[in-house]
Write a protein that binds this ligand. Structure first.
Ligand SMILES: Cc1cc2nc3c(=O)[nH]c(=O)nc-3n(C[C@H](O)[C@H](O)[C@H](O)COP(=O)(O)OP(=O)(O)OC[C@H]3O[C@@H](n4cnc5c(N)ncnc54)[C@H](O)[C@@H]3O)c2cc1C
Length: 466
């Protein structure tokens, strides 16, 4: 008899499994794919010897995760680029997120004060901020003063915060950070995404994992096995009878998948709220092998790990609103990274790689390569001539790769007012029914390779098994 079966070996599933095994529980992880890791895998997607991150690439949330830090994972080393993030503009200027907040502020000129007022206290009180950004739900109730400071800013739409910023540089920096939310910048809570990522940049940085994101899940799997846990790949759970006898089951899946498998083992109200969580938009992703570094017009952008490509605040706001309206932006907002600047192990000497995605309507099959490459040419003339090989993936490919990525959604469910308080339900978000739990990014605190959903779910399991 097992103590726990975890369905899915994404970072949350593995963190949950390690937490349970470390508490002496007998744990089995069942993974549908041939390889472990879900949204944190690394593979040769273009040319031999070039290691691309299949999904996640940049790890402000991994480096800031209390659960991952506490595990002291052997072999996981964060590689920090000289500049965490850059955001080029058409006139050759660029905004920069430096590790040093004062350097960021100085470069923003007239918007420096607004930046300090917005990001300063969140970064200065990072150990409190992270409790709300990555902590268990309702953590604000335990720390009302710090919670109120973070919450009042974080719950706003980014469009409200943008009124504090007057220069194209300051406004673009904010739009790029909040654009990670994958919803229009007018949506409540988008400020929180931008604030968390910006403040993380000034505290834990935006590092890569040396060797790629796959190293993180590899280290989690090794820890699990050293604690007596087991992982079976190529083992998709389609129905309840696929799960061996066990005291509890944790689903590192979307709520809809968990509801389908658990069937009438879930109370009707829970099943209803699980089916109600709407997926976010889709993603179109390219991984590119390059014969040299990207020739950014602004030479300092070459030193940045992450580059937000999308121009001004207004352009990014328009692109994200178009996606939400079911349209494909002509000038998409692109989140890209150039890992070789911090981790030369990814590609043979002298060559480089680009990891980049843009948001598209859910289920889109449109090839966005040309629109994305035009954006890169716009800020890095000559980019296209360096391209040696491209791997493209549309929303259909993403969903086929990982059943959690419904319609190409990479966020585990769209950011919404309801979802801020009920992801996927208000009370006990990790507990679905007696012995059945949800531990994926569809629970608080949401998307990202931080493992905190898995950590909180495993904590709930251990409390119940006591
Ligand atoms: C293109 C892309 C870029 C991203 N960029 C970043 C980034 O730079 N930084 C960052 O922090 N985050 C990033 N993310 C988000 C991050 O990868 C996810 O939020 C994170 O992986 C979620 O972890 P999880 O464990 O909840 O689920 P997942 O990682 O999705 O893992 C779920 C696992 O469950 C398996 N599974 C599903 N159903 C079943 C079943 N029925 N039976 C058995 N197995 C099943 C899947 O195959 C998968 O392996 C990105 C994601 C994508 C796709």
């Amino acid at each position: 008899m097992l103590d726990a079966v975890v369905v899915g070996s994404g970072p949350n599933g593995l963190v949950a499994a390690v937490t349970l095994a470390a508490a002496g529980k007998k744990v089995l992880v069942l993974e549908a794919a041939p390889t472990i890791g879900g949204g944190a895998r690394t593979a040769e997607l273009t040319l031999p010897g070039i290691r691309h991150d299949v999904c996640s690439s940049v790890h402000p949330l991994g480096a800031g995760s209390p659960a991952i830090a506490a595990m002291h994972l052997a072999g996981v080393t964060w590689a920090h680029p000289e500049i965490p993030m850059a955001h080029p503009l058409d006139d050759g200027s660029a905004a920069f997120l430096h590790l040093d907040i004062d350097a960021t502020i100085a470069h923003l000129g007239p918007d420096g004060r607004a930046y300090r007022r917005t990001f300063g206290s969140v970064a200065r009180h990072w150990e409190h901020s992270v409790r709300f950004a990555l902590g268990p739900p309702l953590a604000a109730l335990l720390h009302p003063f710090a919670g109120a400071r973070f919450g009042m800013l974080a719950l706003q739409p980014a469009s409200w915060l943008s009124r504090r910023f007057k220069t194209p540089m300051g406004r673009a920096l904010l739009a790029g950070l909040a654009g990670h939310a994958a919803v229009p910048l007018t949506r409540i809570g988008t400020a929180g995404v931008g604030l968390t990522l910006g403040a993380a940049g000034h505290t834990v940085g935006w590092p890569f994992a040396i060797g790629g994101s796959g190293v993180i899940v590899g280290a989690l799997a090794a820890r699990l096995e050293s604690l007596g846990g087991e992982i079976r790949t190529r083992t998709e759970v389609l129905e309840w009878s696929d799960i061996p006898p066990t005291r509890v089951v944790l689903f590192d899946t979307t709520p809809a998948i968990a509801a389908r498998i658990a069937g009438d083992r879930l109370p009707a109200g829970v099943a209803r709220s699980y089916r109600r969580l709407r997926p976010g938009p889709g993603v179109f992703k390219v991984d590119v092998a390059l014969s040299g570094p990207i020739p950014w017009a602004n030479p300092d952008v070459r030193r940045a790990g992450t580059v937000h490509v999308g121009g001004t605040y207004e352009e990014i706001a328009r692109a994200e609103a178009e996606v939400a309206a079911g349209e494909h932006p002509e000038r998409p907002f692109i989140i890209s990274s150039q890992p070789v600047v911090a981790d030369p192990s990814r590609a043979p000497a002298g060559t480089h790689i680009l990891w980049a995605y843009c948001h598209v309507p859910a289920g889109s099959e449109r090839d966005m390569t040309d629109a994305m490459f035009s954006q890169f040419e716009r800020f890095a003339p000559g980019f296209t001539s360096l391209v040696s090989a491209v791997n493209r993936r549309d929303t259909t490919d993403l969903a086929a790769d990982n059943a959690n990525q419904t319609g190409g959604d990479i966020t585990g469910g769209a950011l919404s007012l309801r979802g801020l308080f009920a992801r996927p339900k208000v009370f006990a978000p990790y507990r679905a029914a007696a012995g059945i739990y949800l531990c994926s990014a569809s629970t608080p605190p949401g998307a990202g390779v931080h493992g905190m959903c898995g950590h909180h779910a495993a904590t709930a399991v251990l409390r119940d098994l006591r």
